[in-house]
Design a protein around this ligand. Structure first.
Ligand SMILES: Cc1ncc(COP(=O)(O)O)c(C=O)c1O
Length: 371
């Protein structure tokens, strides 16, 4: 990423939205600064923002919360996942996650002295191997981390899949961290919060952020919902790390959640257009890929081109000045894959895709002449 930035490469790597934060949100932040809201706020979060989050959780996610007991405002979703993981795990505990996994889950588990165990999805269609998943749960397993819509596959877990995860969590008395940062970026299917399923609210930490939905990745505002005792403990961890999320961004966050939601839908439609362009291009170039139902990414096997994801990414950067992420970032098992992000504006995505297509044509012709 550092090399790509230095080279000024076209960006199919990052999940940072190519759109600006809505104007009303920016103005709310400026007003908060001018009104003097420039010091710490209540460490668990600004009262008004916790109330907005609680209302949104009830209306959208079917999760009932008391804003003062069950909601914590965090420094991005990352602040929520790290604080929750550090709170829930003791040294030697295990977290189980579906692979390919967002790399931070491994880092946070390691910071807590725990071990991340991965149950890999099927490489063809990202379906779950339930036998494998259940066989990896043992007496050390404490936590399942779930991410739907998913980075990097774009998979949106179905109700049936979530019910099965819930059943397994209850049977084995496990906590679930449900990272739902892409809930508003769905193209097919529906987003279901696992905490809304029977028996799950007590054992689930539901995590979200304003980052992706409102194109606010730099503002560092996220939130979580958990049972009262757990929420109190996670709040202490979060406070000891960052004190509180930025005050002025929390004021703006109330406007984001309560204000006009049109920009959210406009961005979703633009992402969907980009997604379709990515899939058309890859298919035309002869690569097999699964159409992502949500989030901002597609994960594609490039081994048919006679190279792994790292070689593909390095050569694409050197020869075509386009950056993307090699699959081993999401676990060694996925080294034959690349992740393409379609978060940027349409013109940047289409320009980058033209270069990807040319590159595949070049290396594809070469690899077939060798075989
Ligand atoms: C699955 C997932 N969770 C969390 C994050 C981080 O979110 P935030 O910027 O709100 O910390 C990302 C960022 O790309 C992500 O892909």
């Amino acid at each position: 990423m550092v090399r790509a930035a230095k080279l000024g490469a076209l960006n199919l790597a990052q999940g940072a939205p190519g759109f600006d934060t809505p104007q009303n949100v920016k103005e709310a932040c400026i007003a908060a600064i001018n009104q003097g809201h420039n010091q710490y706020v209540q460490f668990t979060g600004l009262k008004e923002l916790k109330e907005s989050v609680s209302k949104k959780l009830s209306e959208r996610n079917k999760i009932t919360t008391d804003p003062e007991k069950n909601v914590l405002i965090t420094s991005g979703a990352m602040g929520a996942v790290s604080s929750a993981t550090l709170t829930l795990l003791n040294a030697g505990d295990e977290t189980i996650v579906f692979g390919p996994r967002y790399s931070c889950y491994e880092a946070h588990t390691a910071l807590a002295g725990g071990k991340l165990i991965v149950s890999h999805l099927n490489k063809e269609d990202f379906s779950i191997d339930w036998e494998d998943f259940e066989s990896k749960i043992n007496e050390k397993t404490k936590l399942i981390i779930l991410n739907s819509p998913n980075n990097p596959t774009g998979k949106v877990f179905t109700r049936e899949e979530l019910e099965k995860v819930a059943e397994i969590a209850i049977k084995n008395d496990l906590y679930v961290i449900s990272d739902e940062v892409y809930e508003d970026i769905i193209f097919e299917g529906e987003h279901i919060s696992i905490a809304s399923l029977e028996g799950m609210a007590e054992r689930t930490v539901t995590i979200n952020a304003l980052s992706k939905t409102y194109a606010m990745t730099g503002w560092r505002v996220g939130y979580l919902a958990a049972n009262e005792g757990l929420c109190t403990k996670i709040s202490k961890t979060h406070t000891h790390i960052v004190v509180c999320a930025p005050s002025i961004c929390q004021f703006a966050g109330v406007t984001a959640l309560e204000g006009d939601q049109k920009p959210v839908e406009e961005m979703r439609l633009k992402y969907m257009k980009n997604r379709d362009l990515v899939i058309e291009t890859l298919k035309r170039a002869g690569l097999k890929c699964t159409k992502p139902a949500g989030a901002l990414y597609t994960l594609v096997d490039v081994s048919s081109l006679g190279m792994d994801g790292t070689e593909f990414a390095n050569r694409l950067l050197d020869e075509a000045n386009v950056a993307l992420v090699p699959g081993d970032e999401f676990g060694e098992y996925w080294k034959d894959f690349i992740r393409i992000s379609f978060a940027r504006k349409e013109d940047e995505v289409s320009k980058a895709l033209e270069k990807v297509e040319e590159f595949i044509a070049k290396v594809g012709a070469h690899s077939s002449s060798l075989s």
